[in-house]
Design a protein around this ligand. Structure first.
Ligand code: ADP
Length: 356
């Protein structure tokens, strides 16, 4: 006969994807019902793990079936588990994961990937903010179809909302079509202010669209707060890869983990004949990622609709289209799975709240 102790014993093998710790010890198992050979469990998971909710429930179910042969019927239901983020570093930003999206050079689709990561994570159920740090060519407002001037209320900058996603961009601050000349200290000040003084709320993920190349901003960010890491976007052709490699080397130098590589514009599927044309070659990023032992997060082909939706400020429509949603959701899934695997291997120490 299966009893509660046996069920808990098996469940304690499962690690919470956010904290990397045993779900029983973390009080994330609720309401275990055992009736003969049937077990029902409620599994508390945080919104940070939203892209993995279904996988976690399936895996826990399978774990019970595999380890308790008496059972014939196991159901696992996800329930909400609240765990607010702790303030990060001196900046005080309340975000659990801060992910920079970078590239070796411009025009490879970095901003488009950043916007779609934010939109996809939000759709999955995470709390997400999007910060456009591409000070030389801020394109996030355009991609998300938002404009306006952020107000300051009680010394806090109110971000512009793209649906439910708070967004900050230099693009909101300067007139369109005007060239902005930034000197190093001004850049540093603007980025710090965006991070520190914006009313972001509690975030699971802050996605940062970085300027292309290897500039000051990465250094500013690495000094301001503990970045979870960076996603490097590149295209398959050799020249773009060489620049991406320089960016990867720079991140490694300033101790920012490289979370993985996205190969964008990886082939073109002809809408008329469905044939695939590898305009820039293909698979180059995968080979380089393997050589450097960096995870490959996924590939996105050239898709005319992605460009059209971006130009129309309707990037969110990518998630109503099964094909384009598939590319981005798969990247999100690999990314969040990799984050979960990393904390499971080396769980961060629980933080004590700072006493005033
Ligand atoms: P970056 O931030 O690297 O400068 P953008 O994200 O602004 O690049 O993208 C440059 C252009 O390429 C935009 O017009 C965008 O809509 C388009 N684009 C990006 N990714 C794709 C894709 N997979 N298929 C088609 N067009 C794309």
């Amino acid at each position: 006969m299966t009893d509660l102790a046996a069920v808990n014993d098996v469940l304690s093998k499962f690690k919470d994807p956010e904290s990397g710790r045993n779900i029983v010890v973390m009080n994330q198992v609720h309401d275990v019902q055992i009736e003969g050979d049937r077990v029902a469990v409620k599994l508390g998971l945080t919104s940070h793990s939203a892209p993995l909710w279904d996988d976690c429930c399936n895996n826990v179910r399978q774990l019970l079936l595999d380890n308790l042969p008496d059972l014939s019927d196991v159901s696992v239901e996800r329930v909400e588990h609240l765990r607010p983020p702790q303030p990060l570093g001196q900046i005080g930003l309340t975000a659990k994961s801060v992910i920079a999206v970078a590239s070796g050079k411009g025009g490879v689709g970095k901003s488009t990937v950043a916007a779609n990561l934010a939109l996809g994570l939000k759709r999955a159920g995470c709390q997400v903010g999007l910060m456009d740090a591409d000070v030389y060519g801020p394109s996030i407002p355009q991609l998300l179809g938002v404009e306006g001037r952020p107000e300051v209320v009680e010394n806090r900058i109110q971000p512009i909302m793209a649906g439910d996603i708070p967004v900050m961009s230099i693009g909101f601050m300067v007139p369109k079509d005007e060239a902005v000349i930034w000197r190093g200290p001004m850049l540093h000040g603007a980025i710090t202010q965006f991070l520190r003084d914006t009313n972001w709320g509690d975030l699971d993920y802050l996605i940062i669209d970085m300027p292309p190349g290897t500039g000051d901003i990465a250094l500013t960010l690495s000094q301001s707060l503990p970045l979870t890491g960076t996603v490097v976007v590149c295209t398959p052709q050799q020249v773009a890869l060489i620049d991406a490699l320089k960016a990867i080397a720079m991140f490694r130098k300033v101790n920012i983990p490289v979370l993985g590589v996205v190969e964008n514009m990886s082939g073109f599927i002809c809408p008329d004949c469905d044939a695939r044309h590898d305009i820039f070659g293909s698979g180059g990023a995968r080979r380089e990622a393997e050589r450097l032992e960096i995870p490959m997060l996924g590939e996105i082909p050239i898709h005319v609709a992605i460009r059209e939706r971006g130009d129309a400020g309707q990037t969110d429509v990518n998630f109503e289209d099964e094909l384009t949603a598939g590319y981005y959701n798969s990247i999100i899934n690999v990314l969040v799975n990799n984050l979960a695997a990393a904390v499971a291997e080396d769980p961060p120490r629980p933080q004590l709240p700072v006493l005033d």
